[in-house]
Write a protein that binds this ligand. Structure first.
Ligand code: Q46
Ligand code: ZN
Length: 322
């Protein structure tokens, strides 16, 4: 197979585009896809300060690299989740990337700063781990961005991730989630703008991008992911994509173009009910935000499984931003 652009031998085939690329043209293709997503959805403006939460995986490290390459001012944020060896390893990949390139990376640690790790916090709150993890990340990324004066948080959700989430939301007709499943969530009352610049690149493309750019990333999946519904949706879409290349892109990008606006009113109702959490000041629809409730439950749990639970107490401070 030859490269679609320059006719040199191809090193990767992207079936969705029915094309092969040589290394140089593939890297350019990735940059173009990110630049197009940013432009089409007005994600980031020149001069914006971007915060990129990095997990040590291919998507977040690749995104950080791509944003810098495209000339954006982007710093990293690593959040330790207290998931045993997996967290130790992922942190080493994130710090290794930043140190190797002389980049600014802020490191936060859930057990050290809030007194619990995801496995214990989830058990204490009777939530599935990914739910406790997701709400902690949303809260702490937003808080870090506000504290650091960043304009935007850019996360490494790729096309496969977004198509799988959409699939789940459609299966259950979760219209409120569908109304928020946008590649840009604008800044609003205590929330920093959030963007997903990798929506036009799949998992395989991101892995190839990192290999070709010499980016070392953690290949191992988070052990907490096992059995979660998201992986089932991904597998179902993979099977469809195998038979019909381009299905994921037309499903997700078609949703953005033709259907997403229909669900926005369902999400707006929730937004209008937001007020400040009485404990931390973050925006919430209740009195106390979901993260503070999780922290309370983790601390109240009688028999923590990890030593991390005794490390600290929840921080109580007011932030009058919401
Ligand atoms: S880190 Fe957290 Fe993921 Fe692990 S606990 Fe689930 S959500 S799987 S991106
Ligand atoms: Zn709170």
């Amino acid at each position: 197979m030859k490269c679609r652009s320059c006719r040199q031998p191809a090193v990767i085939e992207v079936r969705r585009h029915n094309a092969g690329f040589c290394a140089g043209c593939f890297l350019r293709h990735c940059r173009e896809q990110v630049a197009r997503a940013i432009h089409d959805h007005a994600m980031v403006e020149r001069g914006d300060r971007v915060l990129v939460p990095v997990s040590g995986g291919k998507d977040s490290l690749g995104l950080w690299d791509l944003l810098l390459d495209l000339g954006y001012e982007a710093d990293g944020l690593y959040l330790g989740l207290g998931i045993g060896e997996y967290s130790d390893e992922s942190r080493a990949f994130a710090t290794g990337f930043a140190e190797g390139r002389g980049l600014s990376l802020r490191v936060l640690d859930l057990p050290a700063e809030h007194g619990f790790g995801i496995p214990d916090g989830a058990a204490a709150a009777r939530r599935v781990p990914c739910s406790a993890c997701g709400l902690s990340k949303r809260h702490l990324f937003n808080e870090a961005a506000l504290e650091g004066g960043y304009d935007v948080v850019a996360t490494g959700h790729n096309l496969d991730d977004e198509a799988a989430v959409l699939f789940g939301n459609v299966l259950h007709w979760s219209t409120e989630y569908l109304g928020r499943q946008l590649p840009v969530l604008p800044a609003a009352r205590g929330f920093v703008r959030k963007v997903k610049p990798l929506i036009r690149l799949g998992e395989r493309e991101m892995a190839a991008y990192c290999v070709l750019r010499g980016i070392d990333y953690i290949v191992e999946e988070c052990p907490m992911a096992e059995g979660n519904r998201h992986l089932g949706y991904k597998a179902a879409l993979d099977a469809i994509e195998e038979r019909s290349p381009g299905s994921k892109a037309s499903f997700y990008l078609g949703f953005l173009e033709r259907a997403s606006h229909r669900f926005v009113p369902d999400a707006t109702v929730e937004q209008e009910r937001l007020g400040p959490c009485i404990s931390c000041g973050a925006p919430t629809t209740g009195e106390v935000c979901a993260f503070c409730r999780l922290v309370e439950k983790a601390h109240a749990a009688p028999a923590p499984r990890s030593e991390a639970v005794s490390v600290g107490r929840p921080r109580r401070r007011a932030r009058g931003d919401a």
